[in-house]
Design a protein around this ligand. Structure first.
Ligand code: PLP
Length: 462
């Protein structure tokens, strides 16, 4: 296959016309293009950019050859291909020099059959993709490895970049801080004060990022970071930057691979800034275009009712979209009223016969607890997806025999405060249905035994 690197002078198209295998283009005007190593986040009219790949170059391998290559590389120790993202390097950033890759072997997360939880809901084939079982505990690692690698290459190529920065609801900053630290690149993060979990706050602190806790919400932090990116030589790491989407899209490819290239019927994913739902669809687009999969799954995007601008737009057939003021939600990572990737997301949902569903605070908390009882340990955002999925099942939209994959976006251990309060019955306005507080007793055998036997009988009937 064509193996031309930037600067490879043996190419017949060398010099000014150096061949590139991927580039940016405006999502509005497909003729407005930028080089993949340019510092550019938006098109002239303000539209988002997207990374486009030379599909003809990728067709030089057959679908079967790609499948074999991807499977061989998964979990291998052949650097950097054991990473779920870089095992698909040719589909992600083909022209990046391997020496610039900043990877922590992200991706290749477990997809497992949630048999008991599915059975309790009346589903034969409920699967959970545990994207939070990752280096910093959320799917954000998938995109950040790509973005930070590109930054490393740009710096190596002489571009003036002082630092990388992001506004974050917690998980983006954790991922940026870790990957930037690994690459010795200064990182700056802007967090809404008091609106991220303690675990999420300590991650960038520990990794040595410059951490700002600002008296505003995520949307307010976003405005600040855009200003420093515009004026102060700071590189913007938010998902408006479409490099991140290229890494995140590998989750769709990975799910297909996990199922031996047979597409599920449904994928359910929580949405805040809406980069991830766009990315999921983009990965599947490539599988379909390059012949590795045939079936189109349906995608359901789940929003917290307190931050539901996409849901409201869906109710009106996506005819209009209006940003809202997002209200507080337990699902803090998706408390976003003005999602940057809304256009991409609506486009993606149209391609995949998409649905948008919402979940109230009560619904997400109970869904989390129900699923936790079957051995899971869910973050509140996954709870939003589970609650939405439960609604689609009870409405008959998702049917018993359908194969359903819920994308769990973060590790539950990052959000224990919410679980502690649930089990202590201290969540405001929510009546915990499955509280399970620890039983406090003096350490006397007879008392413990009596209580233990009573609990076993009451709870399990034996
Ligand atoms: C970022 C994030 C989301 C939302 O992803 P978007 O791309 O902003 O829609 C959902 N869950 C968790 C845990 C996240 O960190």
């Amino acid at each position: 296959m064509a193996n031309l690197r930037p600067g490879d002078d043996s190419s017949p198209e060398s010099g000014l016309e150096r061949r590139r295998r991927s580039w940016f283009r405006s999502i509005h005007d497909h003729d407005e293009r930028y080089e993949i190593d340019e510092i550019v986040y938006r098109a002239k009219d303000g539209a988002l950019l997207e990374v486009v790949h030379d599909l003809d170059a990728l067709r030089e391998l057959s679908p079967e050859e790609w499948k074999r290559k991807f499977v061989e590389r998964s979990h291998s120790s052949q650097w950097p291909y054991g990473s779920g993202v870089w095992g698909k390097k040719e589909w992600v950033l083909p022209d990046l020099a391997d020496e610039n890759i900043v990877s922590m072997y992200e991706g290749n997360t477990n997809l497992f059959w949630a048999e008991r939880y599915g059975r309790e809901l009346g589903l034969d084939e409920l699967w959970i993709k545990q994207c939070g079982n990752s280096h910093t505990g959320s799917f954000k690692d998938l995109g950040m490895t790509v973005l930070v690698s590109m930054v490393k290459e740009m710096i190596a190529g002489g571009k003036q970049i002082r630092a990388v920065a992001c506004a974050s609801t917690g998980d983006t900053s954790a991922a940026l801080a870790a990957y930037a630290a690994a690459a010795s690149i200064p990182a700056v993060v802007f967090l809404p004060r008091g609106k991220v979990s303690l675990a999420q706050l300590i991650q960038p602190v520990a990794n040595g990022a410059i951490v700002f806790a600002l008296d505003t919400d995520f949307d307010g932090c976003m405005e600040i970071v855009q200003q420093v990116a515009e004026r102060d030589g700071i590189y913007l790491a938010n998902s408006m930057n479409s490099l991140r989407i290229e890494g995140q899209k590998t989750v769709g490819i990975e799910i297909a691979q996990d199922f031996d290239w047979e597409m599920p019927d449904w994928m359910v994913i929580p949405g805040g800034n809406l980069g991830n739902v766009s990315a999921l669809a983009k990965g599947i687009d490539m599988l379909l275009e390059l012949g590795l999969a045939k079936k189109r799954p349906r995608i359901a995007c789940a929003q917290a009712q307190s931050a539901n601008p996409l849901y409201l737009s869906y109710q009106r057939g996506f005819e209009v979209f209006e940003p809202i003021h997002a209200r507080p939600t337990l699902a803090t990572a998706i408390q976003i009223g003005n999602p940057v990737s809304v256009e991409k997301a609506i486009d993606a949902l149209r391609r995949y016969d998409g649905i948008v569903e919402q979940a109230s605070e009560e619904e997400l908390a109970q869904a989390c607890a129900r699923a936790d009882r079957t051995g899971l340990f869910n973050c509140p955002h996954t709870g939003v997806a589970l609650a939405a999925m439960e609604k689609l099942v009870s409405r008959g939209e998702i049917r018993r025999g359908d194969r359903v994959v819920v994308l769990s976006t973060a590790h539950g251990l990052k959000f224990i405060d919410f679980k502690v309060r649930y089990h202590e019955m201290r969540l405001e306005g929510i009546e915990s249905q499955l509280p399970n507080p620890p039983i406090e007793l003096p350490a006397r055998y007879e008392d413990v035994r009596d209580r233990m036997l009573r609990e076993i009988e009451q709870r399990f009937g034996r």
